[in-house]
Design a protein around this ligand. Sequence first.
Ligand code: PXG
Length: 452
Amino acid sequence: MTRTAALSNIAAIDAAHHIHPFSDMKKLNEAGSRVIARGEGSTIIDTNGKRYLDAFAGLWCVNIGYGRTEIADAVRAQMDELPYYNTFFGTTTPPTALLAQKVTAHAGPNINHVFFTNSGSEATDTWFRMARVYWAALGKPEKTHFISRRNGYHGSTVAGASLGGMKYMHEQGSLPIEKIHHIGQPYWYAEGADLTPEEFGVTVARELEAKLDELGAENVAAFVAEPIQGAGGVIVPPSTYWPEIARICKERDILLVADEVICGFGRTGSWFGHQHFGFEPDMAPVAKGLSSGYLPVGGVLVSDRVASVIMQTDFNHGYTYSGHPVCAVAALENLRIIEEEKLVERVRDDIGPYFAKAWHAFTDHDLVGETQAVGLMAGLQMAKDKKTRERFEKPDAIGTWVRNHCVENGLILRATGDRMLASPPLIITEEEVDFMAKTLKAALDAAWKEWK
Ligand code: PXG
């Protein structure tokens, strides 16, 4: 459609009719939306023809990059054959079943089932309900409480926003809902005080133990966290964190849920973030990189422990489009590309280390307090005084300033407060990494002049 419609007034039409997610609409409409018209590889192009290196892969999702006609071809063929059928009343479709097989094949020996959704938020609501059904089926219906982390992100539905630890989301609409409790995040730079990162990792993990003591583990269904906190700022936990969390969940018999919506499908240089950290979740919501964003599809990966119980019950839950055949075909084709082009290995052994070298070079910059990178997922902490870890009074303002400088110069990065985040397509080239580093350096240099 956009090929034939006049593109010049899209921003005006958008301003008149479209409410954007997480946006100050008044400000946005004054400035006017940037209208993205095309994408190829790691580049997006707006309606003025300006090109941007998308070092954020859309919204942490376009893992295989833009413009892969293989997906369009596969989707077209499936549309012709069977555009939709449901999976509710004793039916399935070939792509749905094949995707269930394919996605679980990468998730380790103890994960062999998946429940399909259309998004990460729906995946959150799905595992949330599944956890309570699981414990009720085992004769422990009182296990209904959940523990998650401050500054975590698990989606925008009521359960998702409640489990998430974003204060500005809780402030709207009386959230969190009952029986959801938040503990600290493994954000050493901001909260680790005088502890070493390793000491802090254990200390903050033990907040889970303390919360279980307070609530009674017999009342708690599950703990959920992102292997690496994404929207919260790419907070990579100290090496001691996940082993301690896994120990506590096991000893106290609560389910461990790894939110893989961002970390999944090669982003960390492993298929899943939990594999990078070496622990085994009981359930794992996925979305984003499952289809590289080409069509909306998500799901919950379910371990044998949970599946063996759930499959003895009627789980009264599902979405019209759970297992949608066209979305499943897009995901299957996406996974085929990731496998055949060895993109996970590429992130682990090749472009990931190249990217990490460029990213960590910023530790020497006056404005930079800390850099973290795992695979192609990275956070850069800005600081007023790198020696004392003193932060700027208005963290959002400096983050936005640096981000805008980058965007003006053709680079899309995300800012969370005073952290700059990168999450490029897994096909990003060395030349593009070099461009990213050069453009970010110019922005940091300019910001240091302006803000020091
Ligand atoms: N879990 C995690 C870890 C996520 O990052 C969701 C669940 C929800 O997925 P859906 O598909 O319902 O959006 C997400 C989504 C940001 C940003 O600003 C991040 C997400 C979504 C929107 C914005 O970084 N992540």
